[in-house]
Design a binder for this molecule. Structure first.
Ligand code: FAD
Ligand code: NAD
Length: 471
């Protein structure tokens, strides 16, 4: 065999973590190769995650608004019909445009793209099973593992992506189910549940905990969100666990009972969406050849500079610690290249925003009330409802609120929590404020254009150190 080509850096996985690291490495002048097995770049996020789900969220929201909300806006529409195949096509167009865009960026930044499955032959060599057949191998002075994550299965329920689905099936259904049960009221459950609810399915979300939204969502915001989604037609069963499922008939029959024990009941559904979290994906990487191990939750263990115990092998993104978010992966990708080339990098894990793209959106950054209480931090809070914001009212889109949490003594912002129209864009301002150590008074004394939704952000800040004007 010919000796493997030597690169400065080899990256296994072309998801957000891997492709951003590859581009950054190319920009820094490193000789870099990125190995991706799915046949297209962008990973979970671009192919079956962030992007396709947002396409469906946006277009199902438009459909729902036109169908139910036109009259009050003075728009008479004719026969409004769903063209599901067309909606899926729009989704596919956005996905393919963006994934091809990354291939272009690879070329522009001199990144070699190897289409195949990588696995460690030794500490510096990655063997690749090529997608188009055949094998190759590539050597790296440095190697980054960025193999991402996969849906956590529900024990006893076999995923067929038709009747029992993960998010991957939920972005590709060919007809609207009559009844859908979602196991897990986290971000995926609520985003995909609301897509199918808007398109006409009767959606019931079964959540083990006493609140929806998954880890990190503030309890008050979670409650407000649940109320809004209930008004939109979604049903919730909190504090409820799924015991088992029977898929032998046309409908899936789920046995559920109160989490703390109680009477069992059966929920029937055409489609069951399993959305109980994701777990790191590191299968088939040949760790036995190099002596790497994962922790009890499947995560690769790393130090502050993303190094495994084999220092030239580093790990970023969903397959290691931290929130499983694309923008977190992206920050790490830039930082890890800076560690490799300059020995210093920076990610502020306290200022990574979370956004749930339901309508209205839910967004937060920093700590929530429960976390501050547990840490014994003395804090104050202030909030402002969108029902008192002129733009939200004018847009007939005024459900929700903005809430600040700030240090009781210094007024420094500790957390910002929003449910409301455009919360996902608005949280960027909260993130910047947190990153720069702003106080709520800094925000409240900053001019915000009128009439904008962002004025609700300013007034919530004013309500934290003093008083809002319009509420
Ligand atoms: P991945 O994107 O999973 O990429 C890893 C890649 O590595 C994959 O393409 C895989 O094929 C490849 N790979 C694995 N093993 C090998 C191997 N041995 N050889 C070669 N290639 C390999 N996050 C957000 O921030 N915002 C959102 O709106 C959002 N929406 C989401 C919606 C859904 C339905 C899902 C499932 C996730 C969503 N996420 C969102 C999470 C986001 O997708 C992930 O956090 C992000 O993709 C992580 O990037 P990554 O590069 O670490 O992993
Ligand atoms: P999640 O952790 O957000 O939510 C899972 C939910 O399921 C939790 O509320 C949990 O209490 C519940 N649960 C767990 N086991 C259960 C059981 N047996 N029965 C009933 N409920 C159960 O996970 P997810 O929604 O699957 O999302 C996975 C990952 O993907 C998350 O890390 C998320 O950040 C990421 N993601 C992000 C976005 C976004 O940023 N907009 C969108 C989709 C996915």
């Amino acid at each position: 065999a010919t000796p493997a080509e030597e690169k400065d850096l080899v990256i296994i996985g072309g998801g957000v973590a891997g492709y951003v690291a590859a581009i950054k490495a190319g920009q820094e002048g490193l000789k870099v190769a990125c190995i991706e097995k799915r046949g297209s770049l962008g990973g979970t996020c671009l192919n079956v995650g962030c992007i396709p789900s947002k396409s469906l969220l946006n277009n199902s929201h438009l459909y729902h608004t036109i169908l139910h909300d036109s009259k009050s806006r003075g728009i008479d529409v004719g026969d409004v019909k769903l063209n599901l195949a067309g909606m899926m096509k729009a989704k596919e167009t956005s996905v393919s445009g963006l994934t091809k865009g990354i291939e272009f960026l690879f070329k522009k930044n001199n990144v070699e793209y190897i289409k195949g499955t990588g696995s460690f032959a030794d500490e510096h060599t990655v063997a690749v099973n090529l997608v188009d057949g055949g094998e190759t191998s590539v050597r790296g002075k440095n190697i980054i593992i960025a193999t991402g994550s996969e849906a956590t299965p529900f024990p006893g329920l076999t995923i067929d992506e038709k009747k029992v689905i993960t998010s991957t099936g939920a972005i590709a259904l060919t007809e609207v189910p009559k009844k859908m049960v979602v196991i897990g009221g986290g971000i995926i459950g609520l985003e995909m549940g609301s897509v199918w609810s808007r398109l006409g399915a009767e959606v019931t979300v079964v959540e083990f905990l006493g609140q929806i939204g998954g880890p990190g969502m503030d309890a008050e915001i979670s409650k407000a969100t649940q109320k809004i989604l209930t008004k939109q037609g979604m049903k919730f069963k909190l504090n409820t666990k799924v015991l088992s499922g029977d898929t032998s008939s046309a409908e899936v029959a789920l046995q559920v009972e109160a989490a703390k024990g109680g009477k069992a009941e059966t929920l029937n559904a055409d489609v069951v969406l399993v959305a109980i979290g994701r777990r790191p994906y590191t299968a088939g990487l040949g760790f036995e050849n190099i002596g790497l191990e994962v922790d009890n939750r499947g995560r690769l263990v790393i130090d502050q500079e993303y190094r495994t115990k084999i220092p030239h092998i580093r790990v970023i993104g969903d397959c290691t610690f931290g929130p499983m978010l694309a923008h977190k992966a992206e920050e790490e990708a830039v930082a890890v290249i800076e560690y490799i080339t300059k020995s210093h990098g920076h990610v502020n894990y306290n200022a990574i925003p979370s956004v749930m793209y339901t309508h209205p959106e839910v967004a937060w950054v920093g700590q929530n009330e429960a976390e501050l209480k547990e840490a014994g931090v003395k804090y104050k809070s202030g909030s402002f409802p969108f029902s008192a914001n002129s733009r939200a009212k004018t847009n007939q889109d005024s459900d929700g609120l903005v809430k600040f949490l700030a240090d009781a003594e210094t007024d420094r912002i500790l957390g910002v929590h929003i449910v409301g129209p455009n919360a996902g864009e608005m949280i960027a301002e909260g993130t910047l404020a947190l990153e720069y150590g702003a106080s709520t008074e800094d925000v409240g004394r900053t001019s915000h254009a009128h009439p904008t939704l962002a004025e609700a952000f300013k007034e919530a800040a004013m309500a934290t150190y003093g008083k809002a004007i319009h509420y």
